[in-house]
Design a protein around this ligand. Structure first.
Ligand code: HPA
Length: 266
């Protein structure tokens, strides 16, 4: 870990971010507009490389709306074959860099039938159906306790700030529970029906491991899902990664305005 931190400090002129943002599928271009320092994951000791289209794979540092921010432009996923420890390593790095608030974003399918592609959803809670937990293994007390509480992963004050920002912008922000499965296959209609019965509103393949680790490390978490498609069985349409990327691109303007205003209001 110290290796990673030293490398980052050397390559960012000792930039000390207060806020971390993980930019999900198709949502990465905030980091194209704002970047003072950018480092490819492949250059950072301890990071694994991103292998997916729509995920760039850089750690980007910038002052945005008066805040010092580190962004992950693209994330690594469990379905790529990386370990839970590897995909959540950057969250621990954020903690070590001094980050206090982590904003996790993703593309997700609408499980809740009143949601539509193009909606933005503030995550109020999650269900971990990935079949794995990033905290399995020896515990490092330096980061957090062996049995961390998860009763308020998604911080209520941050949800209020997101809501107020959304209202100011005239966005009809949804609220909901995000359910994560490992992927990479999309869910079946029966699985989505099960997810709905379990209380989920949106389905995806990321975010949950990062949210668990960020909360465990004592950072406040805000989660925002970009609803890119109706989940399996909700409509008769087949699911495709292209639809996910295209919808996320269309929502980008609203998404960016929302993130900028949230940063200003933090
Ligand atoms: N299911 C799982 N992951 C996703 C979806 C979905 O419908 N859309 C975008 N990511």
């Amino acid at each position: 870990m110290q290796n990673t931190i030293n490398f980052i400090h050397q390559n960012t002129n000792n930039f000390r971010p207060e806020i971390g943002i993980v930019l999900g599928s198709g949502l990465g271009n905030l980091a194209d507009e704002y970047n003072e320092f950018a480092i490819a994951y492949s250059d950072i000791p301890g990071f694994v490389k991103s292998t997916i289209d729509g995920h760039k794979g850089r750690l980007v540092f910038a002052n945005i709306a008066g805040k010092k921010v580190v962004m992950m432009q693209g994330r690594n996923h469990y379905y790529e074959g990386h370990s839970m420890a590897d995909i959540t390593y950057p969250i621990k790095v954020m903690k070590e860099l001094g980050v206090k608030v982590v904003i996790l974003t993703n593309a997700a399918g609408a499980v809740n039938k009143i949601f539509n592609p193009g909606d933005l959803m503030v995550i109020t809670d999650h269900i971990n159906l990935m079949g794995a937990n990033p905290l399995v293994g020896p515990n490092d007390e330096k980061f957090g306790p062996r049995f961390p509480d998860m009763s308020e992963i998604y911080n209520k004050d941050l949800i209020k700030i997101a809501d107020n920002s959304g209202r100011f912008l005239g966005l009809n922000l949804r609220h909901g529970v995000y359910i994560a499965s490992s992927g990479p296959s999309y869910e079946t209609p029966a699985e989505i029906k099960m997810a709905r019965i379990m209380g989920a509103d949106a389905a995806g393949m990321s975010t949950v491991p990062e949210a668990i680790v960020a909360n465990y490390c004592g950072m406040k978490v805000l989660g925002i899902s970009c609803i890119t498609n109706y989940a399996s069985g909700v409509s008769t349409k087949k699911l495709s990664h292209q639809e996910v990327i295209d919808t996320a691109a269309n929502v980008n303007k609203n998404f960016k305005s929302l993130i900028l205003l949230i940063l200003k209001n933090l």
